[in-house]
Write a protein that binds this ligand. Structure first.
Ligand SMILES: [Zn+2]
Length: 279
C-alpha cells in the first residue's frame, strides 16, 4: 500500500477492530514530539556548556567526559531539568493517549522523559525499560534502590556557576559511599528496582492476555539502537499472532519482515501528522 490515505484507513480499521493495543515508543517518537536533542532547545539551554566544552548536542553532551563530578552533575542537572522536569506533556504523546482510547492497552518505552505518563497514560500501564531521568542510583549498583532526584536537581540548578555545582551537592551512595549516577541503562550497572520488575510482570501479563486475540501493535520511532527491546519482539508477536497487525512508524526503516508483510502497515511520514489523521 503506497497510498498514504489507504494506509491511514487500514491503520484506523485495524485499531478499531482490535481488543488490545500494544504501544512501543523509541527515540524517534520523542524527536517527533519536539523533544529533539539539538537545535534551538540545545543552544538556548546550554550556551555556557557549548562555549566551555564545545558540546554539540544534548545526546553527545550526556556522554561528555567531564573531569570532575561537580561539572558532570551541573550538566546532568541542566539536561534532566530541560528534558524531564521543565518539559510539559507534548501534543503528540497526548494524541497517542487519545488514540488508545478505551482499548485494553500497554506501553513499552525506551524513552526516559516520562512523556507517556505526562501525556495521560496511567503509570501502571507503562514500562520504561531503560530508566527514568527522575531517579539516581549507586553508580556501581551496590544496592537496588532508586532515589527521586527532583529536589536535588533543583538545588544543583540554583547553585550552578561556571558549569559546576558546589562539591557538597555532589551525591554520594548512602551504602558504599561511592559515586551516584542517573538511572539510565548506559552501562552494566543499571539498577532495576522492584518497581521495574513489577512493570515487567504487568507487561508479560498483557502479552499473555492478548495472545491469539485481536491485537494492534503501534510502534513509534524505534530504530536499531536497541532493537531487541521493542522492534524485534513486536515483529515476533505479530508473526505468532495471526490476528495481530503491526503499525510501524519509522522515518528510515518503516518496513517489517516479509513474513508479516500482509499484517504490517508502514509509515515513514511525520508521526504527528499521521497520528492526527488517525484520530
Ligand atoms: Zn553504592
Amino acid at each position: 500500500m503506497n497510498n498514504l490515505e489507504q494506509r491511514i484507513n487500514a491503520a484506523r480499521e485495524a485499531i478499531i477492530a482490535s481488543d488490545y493495543l500494544l504501544i512501543g515508543g523509541g527515540a524517534g517518537l520523542s524527536a517527533a514530539a519536539g523533544l529533539d536533542y539539538g537545535g534551538k532547545r540545545f543552544t538556548d539551554n546550554f550556551a555556557d556548556f557549548i562555549e566551555k566544552y564545545g558540546i554539540t548536542d544534548m545526546y553527545s553532551g550526556s556522554f561528555y567526559p567531564f573531569e570532575t563530578e561537580a561539572e558532570s552533575w551541573a550538566h546532568w542537572a541542566r539536561h534532566i531539568d530541560v528534558n524531564r522536569y521543565a518539559m510539559p506533556a507534548t501534543r503528540l504523546y497526548q494524541d497517542i493517549f487519545e488514540l488508545a482510547g478505551a482499548k485494553e492497552y500497554f506501553v513499552l518505552s525506551t524513552n526516559v522523559e516520562s512523556q507517556f505518563v505526562k501525556g495521560g497514560f496511567p503509570a501502571e500501564k507503562v514500562f520504561e525499560v531503560q530508566g527514568d531521568y527522575a531517579f539516581i542510583q549507586c553508580a556501581k549498583a551496590c544496592h537496588d534502590t532508586l532515589y527521586d532526584n527532583a529536589k536535588l536537581i533543583k538545588k544543583m540548578l540554583a547553585a550552578t556557576a561556571d558549569c559546576k555545582i558546589p562539591s557538597e551537592l555532589v551525591p554520594k551512595c548512602p551504602v558504599c559511599g561511592g559515586s551516584m549516577d542517573v538511572n539510565l541503562r548506559h552501562n552494566q550497572y543499571f539498577v532495576q528496582d522492584q518497581a521495574w520488575y513489577a512493570a515487567e510482570k504487568r507487561y508479560e501479563a498483557f502479552l499473555r492476555a492478548s495472545l491469539g486475540k485481536k491485537l494492534t501493535l503501534l510502534e513509534f520511532g524505534v530504530g536499531f539502537n536497541t532493537p531487541g527491546i521493542i522492534r524485534y519482539p513486536f515483529e515476533n508477536i505479530t508473526y505468532v499472532n495471526h490476528q495481530a497487525t503491526l503499525i510501524r512508524f519509522n522515518r528510515d526503516y518503516p518496513l517489517g519482515p516479509t513474513e508479516n508483510a500482509g499484517r504490517t502497515i508502514s509509515f515513514d511520514e511525520a508521526i504527528d501528522v499521521v497520528v492526527k489523521a488517525l484520530l
